[in-house]
Design a protein. Structure first.
Length: 46
């Protein structure tokens, strides 16, 4: 592996890990990136 491939593969693997973690967290409704419209209590019709 060249140095450039190593430098590019580390952030890419961290991004994939974060997306996989977010997917499994979404099954438990605790996402890394939340939906602002869903979190806003004013738009729930209350």
């Amino acid at each position: 592996m060249t140095a450039l491939q190593l430098i590019l593969s580390l952030p890419a693997s961290l991004l994939v890990l974060a997306l996989v973690r977010d997917f499994f967290a979404g099954l438990a409704e605790e996402r890394i990136w939340s939906d602002p419209a869903r979190d806003d209590s004013d738009c729930l019709g209350a």
